[in-house]
Write a protein that binds this ligand. Structure first.
Ligand SMILES: *[C@@H]1O[C@H](CO)[C@@H](O)[C@H](O)[C@H]1NC(C)=O
Ligand SMILES: *[C@@H]1O[C@H](CO)[C@@H](O)[C@H](O)[C@H]1NC(C)=O
Ligand SMILES: *[C@@H]1O[C@H](CO)[C@@H](O)[C@H](O)[C@H]1NC(C)=O
Length: 392
C-alpha cells in the first residue's frame, strides 16, 4: 500500500517535471557510479546541474561510470553529465530513445573508454561527437537507425579496439572512415544495407583480426579490399549477394583461419592457397565448381559446403579428413588428390611482404603467441564489459 503510494508519487513527480537529469550514486563492483535518470523528451542541452546526493565522502570527481536508469527517455545525452563528471570512464546509455549525439556530448569525458549506445534511435551523430575521446576503446552503436556516418567521425580514435555498427541502415561508408583506427581489432558491420565497400576502406587497419559484414547487399568484392588486413583471422561475409571472389583475394592475409561466405551468389570457388585455413563455410551459394587445390596442405577444423549445385546439404563437418571432403564435395572437383598437411609447429612460413607497426614477423609461433595474447586481452575486456559495465 505504502509502496504503491510512493511509486504513484514518484510517477507524478517525474511527469510534472518536463525535463530532468539526476543521479543515484552508488558503488557498483568497486566503481563509483551515477545511475542516471534522464527525462528530456525535447532534447534540451542547457542543463546547469545534475541533481543527486553523494555517498558520504563521494564527490563528482569520483564518478567513473554513468549508467542509465531504464525509466530514462531522452532525445540526446546532455553534455552536463561529462561537464560535471569529468573522470567518467564508462557510459552505458542503451535503450532510452536517444536520436542524436550533439557535438559536445562527451567532450569533457577525456578518459572515456567504454561507450555503449546500442538500441537507441540514433539517426545522426555530429562529426565532432568523439573528437576529444582519445582513450575510447569499445564503442557500440548497434541497433540504431544510422543511415550514414561523417567521414571524419573516428579521426581521433587511435585506441579504439572494438567497433560495433551492426543493425543500422547504413547504405554507404566513406572510404576514409576507418583510416585512423590503427588499434582496431574487431569491426562488425552486420545487418546494414551496404551495397559496396569502397576502395581503400580497410587499408589502415593493421591490427584488425575480426571483420564481419554479414547480411548486407554486397555484390562485388574489390580485388584489393583486404590486401592490407595483415592480421585478419576471421573473415565473415555470409548472406550478401557476392557473385565472385578473385583468386588472389586472400593473398595478403597470412593468418586468416576462418572464411564464412555462406548464402551468397557465388558460382565458382577458385582461390589461391590459404595456409592457416581452419573454418571454411560456403553453403547456400550457386557453386558448381571448386579448384580443389584450396584443400591442399591445410587442416580444417570445420567445413560446410552444401547445399550448392555441386554438393548436397551436409551441415557442418568437424575436423574433416580428405575422405570426408571428397565425400561431401566430389561433384565440385575435376579431380581430387589433396596433398596432406606437412606443417609442423614452429615451421617457418613464407615471410609476408607487409609488416604492421611493431609486429614481429617471421616465426609463426611468435605470431600465434602474439595473437593469443591479443585474444586474451579481448576476452578480458569483454569480461569486464559484461561483468562490470553491464552489471552482469
Ligand atoms: C532551457 O531551454 C528551455 C527551452 O529553450 C527553457 O524553457 C528552459 O528554461 C532553459 N533552462 C535553463 C536552465 O536555462
Ligand atoms: C542473388 O541470388 C538471389 C536469389 O537467388 C537473387 O534474388 C539475386 O538477384 C541475386 N543477386 C545477384 C547480384 O545476382
Ligand atoms: C605445406 O605448408 C607448409 C607451411 O605452410 C609449407 O612449408 C610446405 O611447403 C607446404 N607443402 C606443400 C607440399 O605445399
Amino acid at each position: 500500500m505504502k509502496l504503491t503510494f510512493f511509486v504513484i508519487l514518484l510517477i507524478v513527480i517525474i511527469k510534472s517535471v518536463s525535463s530532468q537529469v539526476l543521479c543515484l550514486f552508488a558503488q557498483v563492483n568497486g566503481l563509483y557510479t551515477c545511475t542516471a535518470t534522464i527525462i528530456n523528451p525535447l532534447g534540451l542541452n542547457n542543463f546547469t546541474q545534475v541533481e543527486g546526493i553523494h555517498f558520504t565522502g563521494g564527490t563528482d570527481e569520483d564518478v567513473v561510470r554513468i549508467e542509465r536508469n531504464a525509466v530514462s527517455n531522452t532525445l540526446n545525452f546532455p553534455s552536463i553529465f561529462c561537464n560535471q563528471f569529468g573522470n567518467t570512464e564508462s557510459i552505458i546509455i542503451d535503450n532510452i530513445g536517444i536520436e542524436r549525439i550533439d557535438e559536445n556530448a562527451f567532450a569533457d569525458c577525456r578518459d572515456l573508454e567504454y561507450l555503449l549506445l546500442q538500441s537507441n534511435r540514433l539517426r545522426e551523430i555530429h562529426e565532432n561527437a568523439f573528437s576529444e575521446n582519445l582513450q575510447l576503446s569499445i564503442l557500440d552503436l548497434s541497433n540504431n537507425q544510422l543511415i550514414r556516418l561523417p567521414g571524419n567521425l573516428f579521426r581521433n580514435q587511435i585506441n579504439l579496439y572494438f567497433l560495433q555498427l551492426a543493425s543500422n541502415q547504413l547504405q554507404e561508408l566513406p572510404s576514409d572512415i576507418f583510416n585512423q583506427l590503427s588499434e582496431l581489432g574487431m569491426l562488425n558491420l552486420d545487418s546494414n544495407q551496404l551495397q559496396d565497400l569502397p576502395e581503400g576502406i580497410f587499408d589502415n587497419l593493421p591490427n584488425l583480426y575480426y571483420l564481419s559484414f554479414s547480411f548486407n547487399q554486397i555484390v562485388k568484392l574489390r580485388e584489393n579490399l583486404i590486401d592490407k588486413l595483415y592480421s585478419i583471422q576471421n573473415f565473415l561475409a555470409p548472406f550478401n549477394q557476392i557473385i565472385y571472389i578473385p583468386r588472389n583475394f586472400f593473398d595478403g592475409n597470412p593468418y586468416l583461419s576462418s572464411i564464412i561466405i555462406s548464402g551468397n551468389n557465388l558460382t565458382i570457388l577458385e582461390l589461391n592457397p590459404i595456409p592457416m585455413l581452419s573454418d571454411f563455410w560456403f553453403e547456400h551459394n550457386q557453386i558448381n565448381a571448386i579448384d580443389e587445390r584450396i584443400f591442399n596442405n591445410v587442416t580444417l577444423r570445420s567445413l560446410n559446403g552444401g547445399p550448392n549445385p555441386c554438393a548436397d546439404r551436409n551441415g557442418i563437418i568437424s575436423n574433416p579428413t580428405n575422405d570426408d571432403i571428397r565425400a561431401a564435395l566430389h561433384r565440385c572437383f575435376d579431380n581430387f588428390n589433396p596433398i596432406e598437411t606437412t606443417t609442423t609447429p614452429g615451421e617457418e612460413i613464407t615471410k609476408p611482404t607487409t609488416e604492421p607497426n611493431g609486429c614481429e614477423v617471421g616465426n609463426i609461433e611468435e605470431r600465434i603467441c602474439q595473437l593469443e595474447a591479443e585474444n586474451a586481452e579481448l576476452r578480458a575486456r569483454l569480461e569486464y564489459l559484461e561483468k562490470i559495465v553491464l552489471g552482469r
